[in-house]
Design a protein around this ligand. Structure first.
Ligand code: ZN
Length: 393
């Protein structure tokens, strides 16, 4: 048994407890939640700060961990993607080493589960032994080229087969982004996933994305041309990019829209009308890294959107830490209450990835992990600018 206590405990499912104690058994499941006077003082492990359940990262690309620092900041998305495409040649040993290092780094800063995008099977062996639970989103794209759809499906069936499942790991087929997936590839994804599959898609991350669907012109036409591909066959629907997704993707149990930097209130309402199990993952540090922009969180809060947080890859971030994402939102849109951001990072993420029965809050029977944040807790007025998160259990 371990009796973990700090100045405050944030169970998430109930109000903060001053000098709260969370008791864990040897299987790391919660036996009891209380306050210090209920337990022998010699048993208590006393910490300064607040205790939170393990944090949930709903959007990562662990397989890109070796690409840290290779892309300059502030280039906007299309030059960024071009760099990703060009820089994929690395020795397997280097790739593997960085995957293992970042898996450990995420664990150390308190990340309990990850929604992880995979275009290859490089992360499979790490995920099979990691203490982190991974929902692997095997991500397909055919560059909007009908001639590439069949070969894409064949190669990604193989990636899917090799990816981890079991021991808390899950997997599904997902579309990359509206501008890179044909209707036929959406059709494959709809049919290949079981009813309870959780899906995810990059959404409205850059201005040329809506431009392509509204007018059939802009940066993505040029991008594909530079890769020797034509979009002459593409008929723009004259709508926003998300409307193309909602038309072609069957809502499964849950869908996570990722980034949403330029998402409008109309887009949010359209998605909520499409399905009542829509989740929105924000990756603020990656948005600042690539586009030097952030979503307008007020639009999402006003529309009662179910928000979660992600780190994106180390290619577009300085570290893989959900607490650092919270600090960034607090720095630039400090009107979002800290208690709300902590819910996004814990229970909302756990529900989005289907892990809410074991993680996301301190509730008897769950095995949510424990994170210590070194702050002086003062509710939503807490200054977290100089704080850090670290795993205790
Ligand atoms: Zn991403």
């Amino acid at each position: 048994m371990r009796y973990l206590t700090a100045d405050f405990v944030l169970p998430i499912s109930s109000d903060p407890i001053e000098e709260g104690v969370v008791v864990f058994n040897d299987q790391e499941a919660i036996e009891k939640i209380g306050t210090r006077e209920e337990f022998p003082s010699a048993d208590l492990e006393i910490h300064k700060g607040v205790l939170l359940p393990g944090l949930i990262n709903t959007h990562c690309h662990l397989e890109l961990s070796h690409m840290k620092g290779l892309c300059p900041t502030g280039t906007k998305l299309i030059p960024f993607i071009s760099t990703v495409v060009k820089q994929r040649e690395f020795e397997q040993e280097i790739i593997q080493e960085h995957i293992d290092l970042q898996d450990q780094a995420m664990w150390d800063v308190g990340i309990q589960a990850v929604g992880d995008i995979s275009n290859k099977a490089d992360t499979a062996s790490c995920k099979k032994t990691s203490p982190i639970s991974y929902y692997t989103f095997v991500e397909l794209f055919d560059m909007m080229q009908p001639t590439m759809t069949e070969s894409t499906i064949t190669s990604y069936r193989q990636v899917f087969a090799e990816q981890a499942r079991g021991r808390g790991n899950e997997k599904s087929f997902v579309p990359h982004a509206p501008y890179s997936v044909t209707p036929a590839l959406f059709e494959f994804i709809n049919k290949a996933n079981p009813e309870n599959a959780i899906l995810s898609i990059h959404n409205t991350e850059t201005a040329p994305e809506n431009e392509l669907f509204r007018t059939g012109k802009g940066g993505f036409v040029e991008f594909y041309k530079s890769m020797g591909m034509s979009l002459d066959h593409f008929e723009s629907p004259g709508t926003n990019s998300i409307d193309y997704v909602l038309k072609n993707l069957t809502p499964k149990s849950k869908n996570i829209f990722v980034h949403n930097t330029l998402t409008s209130p109309k887009d949010i309402v359209a998605a909520h009308t499409w399905s009542d199990q829509v989740y929105w993952a924000s990756c603020p540090n990656a948005n600042l890294y690539i586009e030097n922009n952030l979503p307008d969180y007020k639009l999402f809060i006003d529309n009662k959107a179910k928000m979660t947080l992600g780190t994106d890859s180390l290619m577009s971030n300085w570290q893989l830490s959900i607490w650092e994402e919270i600090k960034t939102i607090k720095r630039y849109q400090s009107y979002v209450p800290l208690s709300v951001l902590i819910e996004w990072a814990t229970i909302n993420g756990a529900v989005a990835l289907g892990y809410e029965e074991v993680m996301g809050s301190f509730v008897v029977g769950k095995r949510p992990g424990v994170v210590l944040v070194d702050c002086d807790w003062d509710g939503d007025n807490t200054d977290i600018s100089q704080t850090q998160s670290k795993r205790l259990l």
